[in-house]
Each structure stands twice: as structure tokens, then as C-alpha cells.
Ligand binder design. Structure first.
Ligand SMILES: [Zn+2]
Length: 423
């Protein structure tokens, strides 16, 4: 366990240096000053609005910490009160079939932890979102969405946990390797089914029919070698005021989706700027690169998990009435260990994602060629993301480039193209 942080730290520094290797120097050959233009865009945001979105985003930093500590406390509670061992025994009385016992344990575990975390869930997902004017739902439909999420968690989490415990039991010496491989296969499988089976549970997805928006998007897709014949619209305004778009799916279920807030509140060049970014994700194979990163992370996490479980079970296993790594009562301990790893991994994960987002920004700028629309859409995204963080803050805590970085990228692109050195 003590060996883990070092390679992770090295990876952070490597990815961070990749992102920060572009020096912010404006072109000397033109009178257009990219830094001044960036500052001018940022200055259009009223001070109270900026303070509002800064406070929302900075509060999110603390939530990362509180979520981690709250989750850790629950795990310790389940272990030290031996509630976990009692849930295991209850699942054994229910059936003799081991996979069903694991599934039965999972159902109890998820229901109990969901109840204990409910106050925090309500604060984070409902109260706080309303305080900052980002939520559109009343409590009942919000709760309905939470219950649907719980159902999805019971099923998909149950499948995952049952598969992993099956591997631990059958392959006691190599489970950490096969566990990582299984984790990857399940991640890919969930990515395939997500846009067609899970996302429609929460929102309505419709094909975009307005030709004045759809046709330029499909034309841009063809120009970039993307075999898309449809663009999807989602009624995100059911839950939120945020503007957003995404690429989801994998192995034939890939799709580009715009949300209705984006469509309602943006000009065509702004919409095209967002689409150029999303197409960048597709053309640059970010789904495949993401899966490759996932595999690396899973291998490291599972190796660390194996060592940490062995160490902690030798100390406390008997006291917590856990029979070994294949005993489902070990689950809170395994989740606690993984949550420690994930907490430490936060800056690395953010940097990997943010680096790909930056690549997609560059791709979008080059294909759409609308730097000013790109800048104004970055300002709109700044309603829920801090616009101008200090560099170390952006490096550790941002999973997308900040508004300042994005606007500067666009203004630098504009300056270099205005200089007429790029034909
Ligand atoms: Zn993106």
C-alpha cells in the first residue's frame, strides 16, 4: 500500500507537464493581443455572478473531502459493529447458492448505506443545487430519479460484486489480475448499454429534427469522417439549467447528444463550437484511450487492494468476524480501501480527463473555426464552473479546462490566424 502513491505521483507530473507545456505567449506578428482579448471576455461577467459560480465550484472541492470521510466512517461503522458479518450470515440463511448469497449481501449493503448517506445526498443533489439556481426539479421527481438510480445500482452493482467475488473464490492467487480484467470488461459493457438502456430511464432522448441546426452538424460530421446520420437532443432542463453536450456509447451505440438548455440559449456558431469539441472526442478515440487508462488504474488498484486486504484482515479480520478475502462481509473494507485510492487518485484522474478535454477543444477550434463563439460558450459554462482558477487549482481539481484556459486557447488560435502566417 505504501508503494502506491509514488507511480501515481509520477503519472500526475507527466500528464500535468503535457498539459502545461504550451507557453501562453501571444503572437508578436499581429496587433491582436490574445491575453488582452481573454481578459476582456472574462471582464464581461459581472462580479456577483463570478462570485456565485466560484462559491459553487469551490464548495465542490470540500464535498470531495466530506464524501470521502463520510463514506469511510460508514465503512468503519459496518465493520466494527459487525453489521457486515451479520448481513453475510443473513444472506447465508437465505440460500445455499453462493452467487445469490453475494447478491443478497449487496442488496442489504446498498440499501443500508443509501439510507445512512441520504441526508448528504439530499444536501448535495437537491438543496445545494437549488441554492445555486441550477436545479429545476421539485422534491418528488428528484426523489423518483434517486430511486431509479438505486435500482440501477442494485442491478449493475450486484452483477459487478457477484462476478468479482466469484473470481476471488475460484482464483485465490491471481484474483487481483482477473478482477482488473473483469472490471474493464464490465466498464466497457456498461458504456455500450448506457445510452440505450440507462440514460433513457431519466430523460427523454429525441432525434434532432430542426434542419437549421441538424444539417450543419451532420455536414461537419461528414467533413470529419464521422458516420453519423442522427444527432440526439435530451430534455436535461427536466433536472438542471446547465448547458451541456456529450458523446456516449461504444461499439455501435455511439451518439452525440445536445441538451435542450444548450439549444435554447446558444447561437448556431456556439452550438457548432460545442459539436466540434464533441466530434474531437470521437475522432481522437477518447473512449478507447479512456478504457486503456481505466485498465491501468484497475490493475494498480487491485494490486494495492490485495496487499491492503491481507494486511488489515491479519489485524482486524477476527474481531470483525470476516473469514477471509472471499467472504462477502469483507466488502465494506474493500470499498474503504478503494475509496482511499480513489481519493488520492482524484488529481490524476482529473488531469487525464482534462488533457483529453483540452485536445477536444483544439480539435473543435480547428474544425469549426469560430474562436469568438467558442469563447462565449466557455463563459456560459462558467455559470457552474470557476472561470479563472490559479494554475495549481486547475491542475489538481478541474476535470475540464477552466473558462480562462478555454478562452485563451480560442484567442490564441484567433491571433495566430489573424497574423496571416497560417495560410
Ligand atoms: Zn468534452
Amino acid at each position: 500500500m505504501s508503494r502506491l502513491p509514488l507511480p501515481l505521483l509520477a503519472l500526475t507530473m507527466l500528464t500535468a507537464s503535457l498539459l502545461w507545456s504550451q507557453p501562453p505567449t501571444p503572437s508578436p506578428a499581429t496587433s491582436f493581443d490574445a491575453v488582452a482579448a481573454t481578459n476582456a471576455y472574462l471582464a464581461t461577467v459581472p462580479a456577483d455572478k463570478k462570485a456565485h459560480s466560484d462559491a459553487y465550484f469551490e464548495g465542490g472541492y470540500w464535498l470531495i473531502l466530506w464524501d470521502f470521510l463520510y463514506g469511510a466512517a460508514i465503512a468503519v461503522l459496518l465493520l466494527t459493529t459487525r453489521l457486515s458479518s451479520r448481513m453475510r450470515s443473513a444472506s447465508e440463511r437465505l440460500t445455499r447458492f453462493q452467487p445469490l448469497r453475494t447478491f443478497a449481501y449487496w442488496v442489504q449493503y446498498l440499501l443500508i448505506t443509501s439510507v445512512i448517506t441520504f441526508p448528504l445526498t439530499v444536501y448535495e443533489g437537491f438543496i445545494r443545487e437549488h441554492q445555486y439556481g441550477l436545479a429545476t426539479q421539485t422534491f418528488a421527481p428528484w426523489l423518483g430519479d434517486q430511486l431509479k438510480s438505486l435500482g440501477v445500482g442494485l442491478l449493475l452493482g450486484g452483477i459487478t460484486v457477484t462476478a468479482l467475488f466469484g473470481i476471488v473464490r475460484r482464483l485465490p492467487r491471481t484474483w487481483h489480475i482477473w478482477g482488473a480484467v473483469t472490471g474493464l470488461v464490465l466498464t466497457a459493457l456498461f458504456a455500450v448499454i448506457f445510452p440505450v438502456s440507462i440514460a433513457p430511464l431519466f430523460n427523454q432522448y429525441t432525434k434532432l429534427t430542426d434542419p437549421t441546426v441538424r444539417d450543419p452538424i451532420l455536414s461537419l460530421a461528414r467533413a470529419n469522417g464521422i458516420p453519423a446520420t442522427e444527432v440526439y437532443e435530451v430534455d436535461a432542463s427536466r433536472q438542471t439549467t446547465r448547458i451541456s453536450a456529450n458523446v456516449s456509447g461504444f461499439l455501435g451505440t455511439e451518439r452525440i447528444t445536445l441538451n435542450d438548455n444548450l439549444l435554447k440559449r446558444s447561437t448556431l456558431p456556439e452550438i457548432m463550437s460545442v459539436m466540434g469539441h464533441e466530434m474531437g472526442h470521437y475522432v481522437l478515440n477518447h473512449v478507447y484511450k479512456g478504457l486503456l487508462f481505466t485498465l491501468i488504474v484497475l490493475v494498480v488498484f487491485f494490486a494495492g487492494l490485495r496487499h491492503a486486504l491481507k494486511w488489515s484482515l491479519a489485524r482486524w479480520g477476527a474481531r470483525w468476524e470476516i473469514r477471509g478475502v472471499s467472504d462477502t462481509a469483507v466488502l465494506p473494507l474493500a470499498i474503504l480501501i478503494i475509496s482511499v485510492f480513489s481519493f488520492l487518485y482524484t488529481p490524476i484522474g482529473n488531469t487525464i480527463t482534462r488533457t483529453m478535454e483540452y485536445e477536444a477543444d483544439m480539435y473543435g477550434l480547428n474544425t469549426v473555426r469560430q474562436p469568438d463563439a467558442f469563447a462565449t460558450i466557455a463563459l456560459k459554462l462558467g455559470e457552474y464552473r470557476k472561470l479563472s482558477p490559479v494554475p495549481i487549482e486547475e491542475m489538481l481539481l478541474f476535470d475540464h479546462p477552466s473558462g480562462r484556459t478555454r478562452i485563451f486557447s480560442a484567442m490564441r488560435w484567433k491571433a495566430e490566424h489573424l497574423s496571416a502566417r497560417i495560410p
